[in-house]
Design a protein around this ligand. Structure first.
Ligand code: GLA
Length: 490
């Protein structure tokens, strides 16, 4: 008996040493193995009992106090980010980079999400043909973009960029011509450092004006530019790297859409409008639900900085790459569209399924994205866990997590999305209150995924049931008294 209790005491001591010191090894090193053994023989059971009880009580008190922030009891708290429709007029917008491009968010195709560095010209030609065969340019997807890994590791003898002979033997001008002949535009990737990000090929630092001239001579219509210090670049802040290429492109004699890509590191939304037509606001997109949630939340923060000529970019679309469900892809496409994100198809088009193509071809959702008002929709209310907690803790995913996103559209209309980010089908309430409308206001509603007008006008909001990870998108129109709301504040 004595033996057994002594083993118990020893193991308890070792356990607590581990908790406190991260590992018992540390304790042994600090206290010494012999002394530890001595302590473990003499620690009375009662002491351990009362100490453990104390710890359990402290944890329980902490959990009780923090329940509003951490637990499911938060389910029924509404968190409003009240959005006032009276302020929903285009900002006297900034400092726009005035190359006349990007009046609406860019639409197109890029092979990066699917192929990364295994891209080659056969794939690009094949996908250009598929774009045409699937009639996607007439839906607006007209930029064909080749991301990283097209350029050779070294410049030519004159110091010019050139394509990789093995993977792009025809050269980039031939590809651009092919796109132009089919009524599309053509884009490339470069880096503001000395080497490109993924495969360390020649990039533009110190060669900006030369490269911009090369791009123009090839007929390039779009340039995505990444910058990372790991690429061996000299280390000014990101905000110092891009103006050079911006000026170089402006002087190249060809209008080239400039897409900055610095992962939101220096909060580009607040300064990039002067230099670029779009700027990435966060990390790379992945074909994974938590990443979609994260990018949407990050991009949402910068909503007020986006507008015609300069857009927040939460990265390309993953619809069709197969790791998320149709509901999740619908949400991804809906929220990107409402956020006025560039809609760049990121899957292999030669083998795309009918269901995925249908998502890309939802003309009503595309029209939201391309609306002439160009105001980024944003999250106006949420119920449930904060996004970080939802993404991190599996258990809390069982809780309800629903959100409403909204934004104004031309013609005194409002688009609203009911997004169910939880694991269960949920009832989502859309309140006029969340968008600054009086409860007495009435409106007609159209469901953009079901392509249906509702027969009854709605007053003070409405409720919809949405499947887990799915998203309903609705347009409010013929809003009574809307003149009052839209006109005041202009
Ligand atoms: C960065 C960008 C990606 C892609 C890669 C290419 O990581 O964020 O979108 O362009 O560079 O290396």
């Amino acid at each position: 008996m004595r033996n057994r209790s002594s083993i118990f005491v020893r193991s308890m001591v070792a356990y607590w040493c581990w908790i406190v010191g991260a590992a018992s090894g540390i304790a042994v090193r600090v206290i010494g193995a012999k002394r530890l053994q001595w302590i473990s023989k003499r620690v009375p059971m009662e002491y351990l009992f009362w100490r453990n009880l104390g710890i359990v009580a402290a944890v329980a008190i902490f959990a009780w106090k923090a329940r509003g922030r951490l637990g499911c009891s938060q389910l029924f708290d509404r968190t409003h980010t009240k959005w006032d429709i009276r302020k929903a007029v285009p900002l006297e917008r900034r400092m726009v980079y005035d190359n006349g491009l990007g009046q609406t968010p860019l639409m197109g195709w890029s092979g990066w999400n699917f192929y990364e560095c295994t891209i080659n010209e056969k794939i690009v030609y094949g996908n250009m043909d598929a774009l045409v065969r699937l009639d996607l340019p007439s839906y607006g997807y007209n930029y064909v973009i080749v991301d990283d890994c097209w350029s050779a590791y070294k410049r030519d003898k004159e110091g010019n960029l050139r394509s990789d002979k093995k993977t792009f033997p025809s050269g980039m001008k031939a590809l651009a011509d092919y796109a132009h002949e089919r009524g599309m535009k053509f884009g490339l990737y470069s880096d503001a450092g000395r080497m490109t990000c993924k495969c360390h090929r020649a990039a533009s630092e110190g060669h900006e004006f030369r490269d911009a001239r090369t791009f123009a001579s090839w007929g390039i219509d779009y340039l995505k530019q990444r910058f990372h210090l790991r690429n061996g670049a000299t280390p000014p802040r990101n905000s110092c790297r891009y103006p050079v290429m911006s000026e170089a492109l402006n002087k190249s004699g060809r209008p080239i859409f400039y897409a900055m890509c610095e992962w939101g590191e220096d909060h580009p939304a607040v300064w990039a409008g002067k230099y670029a037509n779009s700027w990435r606001t966060s990390l790379d997109v992945k074909d994974r639900w938590p990443r979609i949630e994260l990018l949407a939340d990050d991009n949402n923060l910068w909503a007020s900085y986006a507008g015609p000529g300069g857009w927040n970019d939460p990265d390309m679309l993953q619809v069709g790459n197969g790791r998320m469900s149709l509901a999740e892809y619908r949400s991804h496409f809906s929220i990107w569209s409402i956020m006025k994100a560039p809609l760049i198809i990121g899957c292999e088009l030669r083998t795309i399924t009918k269901e995925h193509l249908e998502i890309y071809k939802n003309t009503e959702i595309i029209a939201v994205n391309q609306d002439s008002l160009g105001i980024q929709g944003r999250k106006v209310s949420r119920i449930g866990q904060s996004e970080v907690i939802t993404s991190c803790l599996t258990l809390t995913k069982l809780c309800v997590t629903t959100q409403v996103w909204a934004g104004p559209l031309s013609g005194d209309r409002i688009v609203m999305a009911a997004w169910n980010r939880g694991w269960k089908r949920a009832l989502i309430t859309i309140n006029w209150y969340d968008i600054g409308l009086e409860p007495s206001v009435t409106a007609s509603v159209r469901d953009l995924w079901k392509h249906e007008d509702w027969t009854q006008r709605q007053k003070d909001g409405f409720e919809v049931e949405i499947d887990s990870h799915d998203c309903g998108v609705y347009i409010l129109s013929n809003i009574s008294m809307v003149e009052l709301y839209f006109n005041s504040g202009r």
